[in-house]
Design a protein around this ligand. Structure first.
Ligand code: CDP
Ligand code: MG
Length: 134
């Protein structure tokens, strides 16, 4: 709790569909600040770290193919309780469970291509900000 920084990443589908502005606007309207941002092309090595919890899944290679299919926008987002707060405005991982009014609920029609990543805990936020911004 308190003022937190979280790692947010707009995935290749979000960039390709021209939804970066929409998503950034929602983050700003919520009252969070984007304190750093950069376009990046990810490779398999960084995805093996970032998605280590999924590396043994049969669909991991498809996640890598998707996440390397185009540029992503990495951001550091700051605000009161921003780690949990961003997860709430993102919506559930599975698109069919993501509530209308959330980013995934309004725009995702696939669980893989679900527009946005957000850190899920203070520990992971710190690790992910280091991973992508140092
Ligand atoms: O992104 P989030 O933290 O909500 O979910 P995750 O369980 O950490 O999974 C990371 C990402 O892997 C998801 O956002 C999806 O893009 C992908 N994924 C997938 O393609 N199929 C699944 N069954 C689960 C996750
Ligand atoms: Mg996750």
């Amino acid at each position: 709790m308190g003022i937190e920084k979280t790692y947010i990443m707009l995935k290749p589908d979000c960039v390709k569909r021209g939804l970066m502005g929409e998503v950034i606007s929602r983050i700003e309207r919520k009252g969070y600040k984007i304190v750093d941002a950069k376009m990046m092309n990810l490779d398999e090595a960084i995805l093996k770290e970032h998605y280590a919890h999924l590396a043994d899944k049969p669909f991991f290679s498809e996640i890598v193919a998707f996440m390397t299919s185009g540029p992503v926008l990495g951001m550091i987002v700051e605000g009161e309780n921003a780690i949990k707060g961003m997860r709430i405005i993102m919506g559930a991982t599975k698109f069919e469970e993501a509530t209308a009014g959330t980013i995934r609920g309004d725009f995702a029609h696939s669980t893989r291509e679900n527009l946005i990543h957000g850190s899920d805990s203070p520990e992971n936020a710190e690790i992910e900000i280091k991973r992508f911004f140092s």
